[in-house]
Design a protein around this ligand. Structure first.
Ligand code: SAH
Ligand code: MG
Length: 193
């Protein structure tokens, strides 16, 4: 087993909701052979998806990834070092709601994978930070099928409302070309024209 597979296995054991294999494959397929200079991730967890995304980077390419849980940040730092990718993956500790407005770089790819209730805000910030021709991916957009069903328990209701709002915003935005894919836990793919 290679190092990345070992990290993946540990994540599963620790019940970290890592990116699903089919979602990851879809992202690789959409990006194709293109090498990216800058990737932004919202929701690092233990760094698994960032480690996977590093294979899409150009030689000078870098990933910025935001995580609010200190324990997760420590774990992610450790995993990134193990893979010798600490020069390429920059982990920012903090709530993305506070961190995003302080960022002024432009990104080729943005991966939204954190608090579902904040997706509309993450989108607003992503629209400011995405390059022309760049792609914004939002994971868990169909949230176990709740988003497309009319019965939702109170616990999921707020998340579902915000995920539906996200879908409405990306679909209606004339600058974006959006597809909502029923793979993994649902993936929204929005290309900035
Ligand atoms: N992208 C990871 C999984 C992320 S799980 C992977 O595929 O490997 C979601 C993570 O987002 C959790 O670690 C959680 O602590 C973090 N998170 C949730 N809301 C956040 C916020 N508002 N700001 C920063 N991190 C957040
Ligand atoms: Mg996810």
């Amino acid at each position: 087993m290679n190092k990345l597979e070992k990290i993946k296995k540990e994540n599963i054991k620790d019940h970290i909701p890592i990116i699903m294999d089919d979602t990851l494959e879809k992202i690789y397929e959409i990006i194709g052979n293109k090498k990216l200079d800058r990737i932004l991730e919202i929701g690092t967890a233990h760094g698994y998806s960032a480690l996977c995304f590093s294979k899409m980077l150009s030689e000078q390419g870098k990933i910025d990834t935001i995580e609010r849980s200190h324990d997760n940040v420590e774990k992610a730092i450790k995993n990134v070092k193990t893979m010798k990718l600490d020069k390429k993956i920059n982990i920012i500790e903090g709530d993305a709601v506070d961190v995003l407005p302080t960022i002024n770089n432009k990104y080729d790819l943005i991966f939204i994978d954190a608090a579902k209730g904040k997706y509309p805000f993450f989108l607003e910030q992503s629209l400011r930070l995405i390059k022309k021709g760049g792609i914004i991916f939002a994971d868990n957009i169909l949230y176990k099928g709740y988003v497309m069903s009319d019965y939702n328990k109170h616990k999921q209701r707020t998340a579902v409302t915000h995920l539906r709002e996200y879908i409405k915003l990306v679909t209606e935005n004339q600058e974006l070309e959006t597809e909502i894919l029923d793979i993994g836990d649902g993936l929204a793919v929005s290309k900035m024209k």
